[in-house]
Write a protein of this length. Sequence first.
Length: 138
Amino acid sequence: MIDKDRLNHSLAVARKMVEIGKSYNMDEKQLQELFVLGYVHDIGYEYENDKHGVTGGNILKQSNYKYWQEVYYHGEVDCEYSSKYLDILNMADMQVDKFGNDVGYTKRLEDIKGRYGEDSIVYQKVKKLITTLNEFHK
């Protein structure tokens, strides 16, 4: 289920996406799209924890939401889909902690390591994603 912390996280991701979008000189319509995408990116948590991206993406696809694939594939490293909006979503999501605080990549990774353990699949996946984002945006 989506709790208050998840809502705070989603709102902060939405705002971070707008901030990143502005750095790419995106127009007002694109910034609004980024905000909505950030706000709904974790909608799948209402129904599923482990595969919340897939669940949320499928829900949004059924609603004809334009950016359902970004929700479906967010947090994935080696996926078959890519877009500027997915990159921005991953950048924002990996800088905002579970409470909605903008903590940057390093502290976000430390938080995930503390919650799941260094040997966990979740930590290893996030570590690889953050490494990829850092290399891609140098």
